[in-house]
Write a protein that binds this ligand. Structure first.
Ligand code: PEP
Length: 250
């Protein structure tokens, strides 16, 4: 099944008031590609200002706590993200799984909480270089998928999966298109086993050093339904050619 492509930018810990002009530029240029869903996940403190600057454009968070409220210093609930105007959030990014020791169970709880609240979710999974070199990448990523995704899809909001090999993030390296096809095909099969027909409609994004020069060949791979883009999403000049490649891939 051919799904509409989603190209989401992950701004990580980048972005202050002076960067709102860049967000405005991206949002305005994205209107030229109505066949692609485009979104930016910005630092939590910038969400409200970004939403005010580009009210029609989807702005998201980069993480969410699983609890509704409580004694969780420094954390942000799904309700808070929604209240700030976010419509989506990333969960389970490898940088958080690593630096914050986030477990699969925690990521699953976060995804569940966000979806129940009506926030669309981009749930990240991916293998380390050691696992890739050992030849266990597919088994490892499927095990992570099994343990991280919510029990059932919700009607309130949309779940997307981002396959992000850890060794490809910010490194300039990418898997071959055959390796991406193998992984995305395996993820699709597992989603269908888990969710039945709904599993065909879950978008599977690729993430890790996507840039204007490689986006076209990545989007041409079967079951690549978009991209999660880090470094190349910070500037419209780098990000929009990626969106254009998604539009051209259909
Ligand atoms: C990411 O951090 O989600 C990511 C894909 O980063 P980059 O595009 O910079 O590799």
């Amino acid at each position: 099944m051919r799904l509409r492509k989603l190209v989401a930018g992950n701004w990580k810990m980048h972005g202050i008031s002076s960067d709102l002009a860049e967000i405005e530029q991206i949002a305005s240029a994205a209107r030229g590609y109505p066949q692609v869903d485009v979104a930016l996940c910005v630092p939590a403190v910038l969400i409200e200002r970004a939403v005010r600057a580009v009210p029609e454009f989807p702005i998201g968070g980069q993480d969410v706590h699983h609890a509704e409220r409580g004694a969780h210093t420094g954390c942000t609930s799904a309700g808070m993200l929604l209240d700030a105007g976010a419509v989506l959030t990333i969960v389970g990014h490898s940088e958080r799984r690593d630096s914050q020791r986030e477990s699969n169970a925690e990521v699953q709880a976060k995804a569940h909480a966000a979806l129940q609240c009506g926030l669309n979710v981009i749930l990240c999974i991916g293998e380390s270089l050691a696992v890739r070199e050992r030849g266990d990448a597919v088994e490892t990523v499927l095990a992570q998928l099994d343990a991280s995704i919510p029990q059932a899809p919700t009607e309130e909001a949309e779940l997307a999966i981002a396959y992000e090999p850890i060794w490809a993030i910010g490194s300039g390296k990418t898997p071959t298109t055959d390796e991406i096809a193998e992984m995305h095909g395996a993820i699709r099969e597992r989603l269908k086993q888990r969710y039945g027909g709904e599993g065909e409609r879950v978008r599977i994004l690729y993430g890790g050093s996507v840039k204007p020069s490689n986006a076209g060949e990545i989007f041409a791979v079967a079951d690549v339904d978009g991209a999660l883009v880090g470094g190349a999403s910070l500037k419209a000049a780098d990000f929009m050619p990626i969106v254009e490649a998604a539009a051209n891939a259909g």
